[in-house]
Ligand binder design. Structure first.
Ligand SMILES: [Zn+2]
Length: 352
């Protein structure tokens, strides 16, 4: 069986690997598509992986075999990779924060005992049956590969709890930023504005329903002065990460605004405690997603309440995978984080 393995910094090897062994409680999935995520690109750039199964985690496929003791009978069904229900025992769980359950996080990054020795840039993968979710009617196969980033976006919006009529600012128009913009509208925002330095991404944001999109600067300030009744944004999602993006978001936030941190950044991003206090800002961190986020993201996708097909730029096979990583790693706009403005490229193992 073929699998694309990350073997070092900027090194992908297309290897013949043994068929994954079906373990009790696991399923074998024939991969149909796997999205290249921002964190995959960072792993490719650095050569650092938490576990081999992390490299290629936004997948959709069909269940080929079900192991003994699986949580459900999924034979022949089209599924996406997600997360299991929280363990209920770790410290976050005992604090009522199941969405950052340590067992759940270990499954996301592929360090749990049933994880395969490779990710889903492969023909087949073994996965713990508890983290497999059925694709609902109405979501076609390729779009299922967007379920994972859509769940991350749903988690951020649910954490933020938008109010009816909120003016929402999304900084960074990567896949997750664009999905956050769409979902914030569904959650009650009256105005949604996106910020990015890359014009093509701003155009995409507007075609997906943002009211406006700007490069950082005066145009954004003027727009918010009119649409935000001279106050600014009620809710800011930083989906880019890094100092410049955070500063853009904070400077546009009204007094009493909520600021949600979604985009990872390896660099320090400074936030003034004094300004946060004086402006009574609420700052929320948003990490990963829960089972409920997966289900809600998929159900809304099935009902065509938001669009994901336009997020996909193109699809590659094994032979073009390295080239796709090279292209995605080129500097482009507000791209200080894995979730910044990269186009979404899908992998299809049946392509050469
Ligand atoms: Zn837990």
């Amino acid at each position: 069986m073929r699998a694309a393995l990350l073997t070092g910094q900027r090194q992908i090897e297309i290897a013949d690997v043994p068929e994954p062994e079906l373990l009790p409680g696991s399923v074998l999935v024939e991969i149909e598509r796997c999205g290249i995520s921002g964190s995959d690109v960072v792993a490719w750039q650095t050569g650092d992986l938490p576990a081999p199964a992390w490299f290629g985690h936004e997948w959709v496929g069909r269940v080929a075999q079900v192991g003994e003791g699986s949580s459900d009978r999924f034979e022949g069904e089209r599924v996406v990779g997600g997360v299991p229900a929280p363990c209920g025992r770790c410290q976050p769980c005992r604090s009522g924060m199941g969405s950052i359950c340590q067992m759940v996080l270990s499954m996301i990054v592929g360090t749990d005992e049933r994880s395969a020795g490779h990710g889903a840039f492969a023909e087949r993968i073994r996965v713990d049956s508890r983290r497999v979710h059925r694709l609902p009617e109405g979501v076609d196969g390729p779009m299922g590969a967007l379920a994972e980033p859509a769940a991350v976006a749903a988690h951020a919006v649910r954490r933020a709890q938008p109010s009816l009529g909120d003016v929402v600012l999304v900084v960074g128009t990567g896949t997750i930023g664009l999905l956050v913009a769409e979902l914030a509208r569904l959650a009650g925002a009256s105005r949604v504005v996106a910020v990015d330095t890359e014009e093509s991404r701003r155009e995409l944001a507007c075609s997906l329903g943002a009211d406006a999109a700007f490069a950082p600067g005066e145009d954004l300030v003027r727009w918010l002065a009119v649409q935000g009744h001279g106050l600014g944004a009620d809710l800011v999602f930083d989906c880019a990460g890094g100092s410049a993006a955070l500063e853009t978001g904070l400077s546009a936030a009204r007094y009493g605004a909520t600021v949600v941190l979604v985009g990872f950044t390896a660099a320090e991003a400074m936030m003034s405690a004094d300004q946060t206090l004086r402006r009574e800002l609420t700052v929320i961190g948003s990490l990963g997603y829960s089972v409920a986020d997966v289900h809600r993201a998929l159900d809304l996708m099935a009902d065509e309440r938001y669009r994901v097909d336009e997020l996909v730029s193109h699809t590659v096979g094994f032979s073009d995978l390295s080239e796709a990583f090279l292209e995605l790693s080129q500097p482009l706009g507000i791209r200080s984080s894995p979730t910044a403005n990269r186009p979404k490229v899908l992998f299809n193992p049946t392509l050469t």
